[in-house]
Design a protein around this ligand. Structure first.
Ligand code: C5P
Length: 349
């Protein structure tokens, strides 16, 4: 990290002078590339810095998830194709003298607003990395269901990195944030980048994937959660000593379908090795999946470690129809129409 930028660190007496500060082009405030920031740069001005930063971060689904052998560090090697969808958490960071966190929205009561929260750990790790005091008030507004197999916790950690890097004027590059993200969790780097990507390693090594157009999905949320480690543990138990080998070939059909907006091909290629363990932990999900197929989904699958189920359809109108029909069947807590790809954690105004 460029230590010369540390002079931009939190200065508790700067409420007004911080606003509109105009750093020299040789030492710019580094912001993640987002639409709004891009427009300002295009107009030849530096973005305004304020004592409040808002970040929006998407949920992810895995369109392809192959899990390999358990590694010595307890994680599993995997090959996955991530897609970021327009279901968001929001994180607001305010300048403060100390560090505090609060959580609002769906499932907030079941989450720790303390050092056990991955977003708290993200802020703390970033502060250590940059040599700045970890001083901020973070508010997380949950829109992504908790423990739903949609990487909501990872999303909040990515949002905390982007928000605190901006609030503390650290000048961290995207690749520096990505390196910190990888230390926090397997899905955190993808929550930073968003879009569509192939993940290898334990999911943290990303290669961008090309897509054409939008892909429409319906998500069906359950009335309970599944702990990710539990899904992996059951998978190991189901497999016994047979360690599957992983290769990138399996993901190629999915990547080809994404590149050509070939929805039927994508539907035929969806796969998730964590579906079996998720169904063994939540047998009722089988009914949700079957109902979606009967109601016209091109494909139905558990999302990540579950219990959220995803249904692929070929249009926005089809998604709206399926979401309503599924909700009427009473086979899930709630449905939601989503589309992807969308960008990862971004500053919003
Ligand atoms: O990386 P993350 O903290 O999201 O992982 C949560 C848990 O999921 C891990 O502690 C591990 O039990 C399991 N996991 C795994 N292999 C992966 C990713 C996650 O076993 N590639």
């Amino acid at each position: 990290m460029d230590t010369s930028r540390r002079r931009h660190r939190v200065d508790h007496g700067r409420a007004t002078d911080a606003v509109g500060r105009n750093p020299s082009p040789g030492n710019p405030i580094s912001l993640p590339a987002g639409d709004a920031e891009g427009e300002i740069r295009g107009a030849g001005r530096w973005p305004l810095v304020s004592d409040m930063v808002r970040v929006r971060v998407p949920a992810k689904v895995n369109l392809h998830l192959r899990v390999g052998a358990r590694r010595r560090d307890g994680f599993h090697d995997l090959v996955t194709v991530y897609l970021a969808v327009d279901l968001f958490d929001e994180l607001i960071a305010l300048a403060a003298d100390d560090f505090a966190m609060s959580i609002e929205g769906e499932g907030a009561g079941s989450l720790p607003a303390d050092p056990n929260n991955l977003a708290w750990q993200a802020a703390s790790l970033l502060a250590t990395h940059a040599g700045v005091p970890p001083a901020a008030r973070l508010t997380i507004r949950k829109g992504i269901p908790v423990a739903g197999g949609l990487a909501g916790g990872s999303a909040d950690a990515a949002a905390a990195l982007v928000a605190c890097a901006e609030l503390w004027r650290i000048g961290a590059s995207r690749s520096e944030l990505a390196a910190i993200a990888a230390q926090l969790g397997s899905d955190v780097p993808f929550a930073l980048t968003g879009g569509c990507a192939v993940g290898t390693g334990r999911g943290e090594l990303l290669s961008p994937a090309m897509t054409s157009g939008e892909f429409h999905l319906v998500l069906a949320f359950a009335d309970h959660g599944i702990a990710t480690p539990e899904a992996y543990r059951i998978l190991d138990r189901m497999r016994g000593d047979i360690a599957p080998t992983l290769d990138l070939n399996g993901s190629r059909v999915v990547l080809d379908a994404l590149r050509h907006n070939d929805v039927p091909q994508l539907a035929a290629a969806l796969v998730n090795d964590l579906q079996r363990p998720a169904l063994s932990l939540s047998p009722g999900l089988q009914r949700t999946l079957s109902a979606g197929r009967e109601l016209g989904a091109l494909a139905a699958m558990v999302s990540g470690s579950g219990p959220t189920c995803l249904f692929l359809v070929d249009s926005a109108a089809g998604a709206t129809r399926l979401a309503a029909a599924l909700a009427a069947e009473g086979v899930c807590r709630r449905t939601r129409v989503v589309k992807g790809p969308v960008p990862g954690a971004r500053l919003v105004r």
